[in-house]
Write a protein that binds this ligand. Structure first.
Ligand SMILES: Nc1nc(=O)c2c([nH]1)NC[C@@H]1CN(c3ccc(C(=O)N[C@@H](CCC(=O)O)C(=O)O)cc3)C=[N+]21
Length: 300
């Protein structure tokens, strides 16, 4: 079998088109223009690129977009004071604190300062708790698992009854919320991780295999059940000596070429889950703006 390629770029573009329509509808109904504030502390090169992309995407959706660039030496008190100012600003509906934070800043305390209704990254304890407690009408979901789930639903439909799903990785950011979303869609879910015995055999039991470990090409082709849907969340930059694509290239957590021969459908890296992450940030921002206006929010 040769797997179908799940086109995350195309799926992300159609989410963004929906976001534009919903933003325009909100603006007509209530005069509210969604506002997204992105905070970047320090000079991390990769983060600079992501933040610039998010700003451009927000503007293309018709949002008000503000990027706050703070020096690496910023104190935690000053950063939290900025977040509190944005919490209180009625023109801002989403606050994204770009991670990782420089050394002495405590990400947990900083994220906790974001009001849950503006937490468009879905990282606060309140939003994690809403997902865990099935309070789905109030939750803002973490963007990467929400985007990955949309690709699963696009491939297999909304009801995963009778399907087994294996999530490799148990992070707060991806693994745990992904498992909860799959469970909410009626899949039978296993969360595997670095201490799982015979990980290959566990993976082979999966109709839906989600790789979120952050180790380049760790999941081999013969770990993939024939016909499985494989969602590769990993984005790893590795040296590319052999191909002449420059010094480095991006690979996922799955050995893509090998997995192609087993999977029924698979997300590539790049062009898979990555673009969906940014699209879902836009979706969360428009959702937060609808809720702030007291109107029923669109679902994605
Ligand atoms: N608070 C916070 N929220 C985040 O969501 C967050 C963050 N901090 N810090 C950094 C990571 C990284 N991240 C990516 C999003 C999209 C792509 C993406 O679209 N990647 C392209 C490839 C881009 C390239 O070529 O370099 C793709 O997979 O096709 C990658 C990485 C969000 N992050």
């Amino acid at each position: 079998m040769v797997a179908a390629r799940i086109d995350g770029k195309a799926a992300a573009a159609s989410v963004v088109e929906r976001v534009k329509v919903e933003a325009a509808r909100l603006s007509e109904a209530s005069g509210v223009r969604p506002g997204l504030a992105v905070i970047l502390v320090g000079e991390d090169a990769a983060s600079q690129v992501y933040v610039a992309n998010k700003g451009k995407m927000a503007e293309s959706c018709g949002f008000r977009s503000l990027t706050h660039r703070l020096p690496a030496e910023t104190s935690e008190a000053d950063l939290i004071a900025l977040i509190e100012k944005l919490n209180a600003d009625p023109a801002i509906h989403g606050i994204l604190q770009q991670l990782p934070l420089p050394g002495p800043l405590d990400a947990r305390r900083v994220i906790a300062a974001i009001t849950p209704e503006k937490d468009v990254d879905g990282l606060t304890v309140i939003n994690a708790g809403r997902l865990a407690s099935d309070v789905l009408d109030e939750v803002l979901l973490p963007c990467t698992p929400a985007g990955a789930m949309l690709l699963v639903r696009q491939t297999l439909g909304d009801d995963l009854s009778g399907k087994s799903a294996v999530v490799v990785g148990r992070s707060q950011l991806v693994g745990k919320p992904m498992a909860r979303l799959l469970l909410a869609a009626n899949a039978t879910v296993t969360v595997a991780h670095s201490r799982t015995a015979d990980l290959a055999a566990v993976c082979r039991s999966a109709d839906i295999l989600v790789a979120a470990v952050g180790r380049p090409q760790m999941i081999r082709g013969d770990w993939v059940k024939d016909g499985a849907v494989v969602i590769d969340v990993g984005i790893n930059r590795v040296p590319a000596p052999e191909k002449g694509e420059g010094k480095t290239r991006l690979v996922g957590d799955v050995a893509y070429e090998e997995a192609l021969e087993h999977a029924g459908a698979i997300t590539p890296v790049p062009g898979g889950v990555g673009p969906m992450t940014i699209a879902m940030l836009m979706a969360n921002t428009v959702i937060a703006a609808y809720r702030a206006a007291g109107l029923p929010a669109p679902t994605f």
